[in-house]
Design a protein around this ligand. Structure first.
Ligand code: ZN
Length: 153
């Protein structure tokens, strides 16, 4: 038997994508920070190696950390947006399916609603369904409320 459609799976997938979108920004920013640290260390090492008497460029380190962090953060934002887009597309699929789903059969609808009586159009007193005339003012009552609503749909 074929796999059945299950909207909860898509919903969970979308939730996971959103969680991943949240994490990926932090992760990429941290990686960018580390990348900046590594790049600055390598640069400093190269400078010191080429001219041992030179001062290690501490300014580069200070600059590369926020730059690496910002680059990582921006990259993470882009990634997060892709995840969110994918999540929204998934949710959209769920919504499309929900909208195009055939309406619930009438008997099931009727069963889910509590039985309602007929309200007199003149004095607004309620009587059990099937009552022909108002017991209060005697005016004729309309047919069962369900039949009227169903015909207008
Ligand atoms: Zn009445």
């Amino acid at each position: 038997m074929a796999t059945k459609y299950d909207p909860s799976v898509l919903q969970e997938y979308a939730d996971r994508l959103y969680n991943r979108a949240k994490r990926v920004v932090v992760l990429c920013a941290a990686l960018g920070f580390l990348g900046g640290l590594v790049a600055a260390t390598i640069l400093a090492a190269v400078v010191v190696w080429r001219s041992p008497r030179a001062e290690p460029p501490g300014g580069w380190l200070l600059l590369s950390l926020p730059v690496g962090f910002a680059l990582g953060w921006a990259y993470g934002r882009g990634k997060a947006f892709q995840f969110r887009l994918e999540a929204q597309r998934t949710l959209c699929q769920v919504q499309i399916e929900r909208n195009t789903r055939p309406p619930v059969p009438a008997p099931a609808m009727a069963a889910s609603q509590p039985p309602r009586g007929i309200t007199c159009p003149k004095c607004a007193k309620s009587f059990p369904a099937g009552t022909k005339f108002c017991g209060h003012c005697g005016s004729p009552l309309p047919a069962a409320p369900g039949s009227l609503a169903r015909a207008s749909e």
